[in-house]
Design a protein around this ligand. Sequence first.
Ligand SMILES: Cc1cc2nc3c(=O)[nH]c(=O)nc-3n(C[C@H](O)[C@H](O)[C@H](O)COP(=O)(O)OP(=O)(O)OC[C@H]3O[C@@H](n4cnc5c(N)ncnc54)[C@H](O)[C@@H]3O)c2cc1C
Length: 374
Amino acid sequence: MQLSYGHAVAGRATLFTKSCSRIVEKPSVDVVVAGAGLGGACAALWLSASKRVLLLSGTAPAASGVAAGLINPFAGQRVVPSWHADLAYKDLLDTLAQADASDTYDACGILRTALDKPQSVKLRSLVQEHADSFTWLPPDEAHSRFPYVSAPFGAAITTGGVVDTPKMLEYTHGTIASRCTVLASDLVGWEDTGSGVTVTLKSGPSLHASKLILALGAGYKSFPVLSALNLHCIKGQIVRVRTPESFSHSIPVSGYGYVVPLRDTLILGTTYEHSFQNDQPTKVGSQNILALTQQMVPCIKTADILNTAAGIRVGVPGTRLPMVGPLSGNVWVLTGLGSQGLLFGAHIGRNLVNWITNPEHVPNELRLQKKRRI
Ligand SMILES: Cc1cc2nc3c(=O)[nH]c(=O)nc-3n(C[C@H](O)[C@H](O)[C@H](O)COP(=O)(O)OP(=O)(O)OC[C@H]3O[C@@H](n4cnc5c(N)ncnc54)[C@H](O)[C@@H]3O)c2cc1C
């Protein structure tokens, strides 16, 4: 969806918003949010409920555009509960309601296949610890309920589900645009003046705001001051295929990668590339994803491939938690959403109004940290 159009006219910034065609000159706002991926969009959504916000949607590709949409409170090979999973899950539901996007989420659960005997033991122990979040399916039951899934060591159905992320972002951007100004321009610099921030855009003159939130995803690399933060980029790829007829449930399957049903397609993922040349999908990446997911859902072998996409996740090495906090008095960073952009983005967005007024309320484990010297 095209949210807005920005261009310089005789040195003046002219903004056309989706919600209203008024022309805004040198807007004076409470908060400028730079970046409109899941991080920036959730932040702008919640902030715009009570503040005058300007959202800079940027021109670089967003990782959020390729997110498979999995809401997995027990993610990863180790199947550990993710940070503040209950709280973040509630914040996600509130965020969807706030964006009028509740119908983009299907709380269908996730079918988690055990990859080997030790993982089968682990999953069964989790069923005992988190009885309200897990249902254990021994191999024969997994086979009879989900015949298109190979689960020789059994599987668990966990809580969670799938967000139709492109639609969720479209609705969220729409709600934001109905409340405040959205400008498709890039941030090129800022100055914290003590009493506020002067924000410099690629197109047009400077803006003045009380606060600036930097939610730039991998775009942080353009700013040396942000490169000092303890961040690491991991490229990820997905392959989209047409749903084979035998894939008869709408529940996503996770184990050897993941297979996520979305409308009449399956999203297959993913790769974790720690060094890469660019953010484009590759043939090798697609081959690896297809080989991985076919071990779990064999009918993928004959599915029609529709397209591929890739994006760059920004994570915080060591904690695997997001990072949020003031870089200087009036300039905040919101980053490190890693593979959990939906849960973490919603949780931070929901709390940001409180946190920017009371920075001491930001949980210690989420505060900004610099790269450690080796
Ligand atoms: C293959 C893949 C699959 C994934 N699957 C899932 C999933 O199933 N579930 C899940 O929860 N998460 C998933 N993720 C993770 C999720 O996509 C990320 O955590 C999330 O998108 C990060 O959001 P972000 O807003 O921090 O960054 P981005 O989405 O990258 O957004 C950054 C924004 O900043 C803008 N920008 C950059 N520079 C500037 C600038 N100078 N000025 C203004 N704007 C700028 C960009 O244009 C963009 O709009 C997946 C990621 C990948 C790569």
